[in-house]
Design a protein around this ligand. Structure first.
Ligand code: 9MR
Length: 356
């Protein structure tokens, strides 16, 4: 404290320096009280939960949420305690929100959004245009009819949630796993410009939402698919197509392992002038090996100022789409795993820093 006072008084004005020492001390004490109060107001649980610790670093920490689990007390207890961003796992997809053409159904997605809002969490919208989980009627469309249906879908859904979405996965998984080109799909066959049309449509409907391109197997900088997405984002930025972020799903397992150049990938995307978000993180494995990889992912994100947040794809291992790979931070009973501790420690390392 003496050192602090000595350093602080070095920058005091001449008038302040001429005040009696007791006045200076009491003024400094007042500043200290205010600073402490602000720190506490930032988060009562800073350093002890994923969301609060991420917030201390100017990031969010989120999870995928399934509406039908919002009546599970253990699930909701962890959700409300640990996370400050949610992604509806399936409830905002095309088959869920427009089961019949022109008939929109928002009940399950609205439930998640309401829960998030009531508990101070933000929402990542997932996903407006995707080759998968399309309703049957859309699967059977092609050409102009499908293009118009896509545009109407994006307009309607993004308008329904206008002002409530932090970031939309506007287009999901549009690139082929190898070869460096687009994935063949009914949407792709409507014309190569379908992705930029989707982004422009989303921007018009909800100008405040960040608009993301989201994909998997785009983590390793040397992979063709990563390069292909990078080139698309670069082209969009050069031509003024509205894109604000790139989502790296980051589903890691032995076939698609966490790559040692992951941080390079995050940095290179960010250098294009977009935010980078880790959108569906899960890492198959267990124990200290899994924990180390989780820690590495968090440290990589924190090292890139435009890596704005991390979302894990579920809460407990038993909630995962890959449950047998036990890829999440909590076990089936809701207990914290070593991976949880590694993530929290990585978020807390180096103390608190202001948001980037
Ligand atoms: O976790 C989702 C699972 O419940 C669904 O059955 C599946 C259907 O495609 O989608 C899963 O979520 C996917 C996400 O929407 C996009 N990236 C891959 C995810 C895991 O398959």
């Amino acid at each position: 404290m003496d050192k602090l006072l000595a350093r602080g008084s070095g920058s005091l004005s001449a008038a302040a320096r001429s005040r009696p020492r007791t006045a200076v001390v009491s003024m400094m004490a007042g500043v200290a009280v205010i600073a402490a109060t602000v720190a506490v107001a930032t988060s009562a649980s800073a350093g002890t939960t994923l969301g609060a610790s991420a917030a201390e670093k100017g990031r969010y920490f989120g999870t995928a949420v399934a509406a039908n689990k919002l009546s599970d007390a253990t699930y909701v207890g962890i959700l409300n305690r640990e996370f400050n961003m949610v992604t509806p796992e399936n409830e905002m997809k095309w088959d869920a929100t427009e089961p019949s053409q022109g008939q929109f159904s928002y009940t399950s997605a609205d439930r998640i959004v309401s829960h998030a809002q009531a508990n101070g969490m933000r929402v990542r919208g997932h996903a407006l245009a995707w080759h998968s989980q399309q309703p049957g009627w859309a699967q059977n469309l092609s050409g102009t009819a499908l293009r118009q249906a896509m545009v109407n879908h994006i307009t309607q859904v993004a308008t329904h949630y206008k002002g409530k979405i932090y970031a939309w996965d506007v287009v999901n998984e549009a690139f082929a796993d190898s070869g460096g080109g687009r994935r063949d799909s009914n949407l792709q066959r409507t014309g190569n410009d379908w992705i930029e049309v989707a982004f422009r449509t989303a921007r018009a409907a909800d100008p405040a939402a960040k608009l993301c391109y989201n994909d998997y197997n785009t983590d390793n900088w040397t992979w063709e698919k990563t390069q292909a997405v990078y080139n698309m984002v670069k082209d969009f930025k050069a031509r003024g197509v509205p894109i604000d972020c790139v989502g790296l799903q980051s589903h890691f397992n032995s076939g698609s392992p966490y790559p040692s150049n992951y941080r390079t990938t995050l940095q290179n995307f960010a250098a294009l002038g977009v935010d980078v978000q880790i959108t569906e993180l899960d890492i198959e494995g267990s124990g200290s090996t899994q924990a180390t990889t989780y820690g590495n992912v968090v440290r990589d994100c924190l090292a890139v100022s435009r890596c704005t947040g991390i979302t894990v794809w579920g809460i407990r291992d038993t909630d995962s789409w890959r449950a047998s790979g036990t890829p999440l931070l909590f076990d089936g009973n809701g207990n914290k795993k070593p991976a949880y501790t590694a993530v929290l420690d990585a978020l807390n390392a180096g103390g608190t820093t202001p948001p980037p």
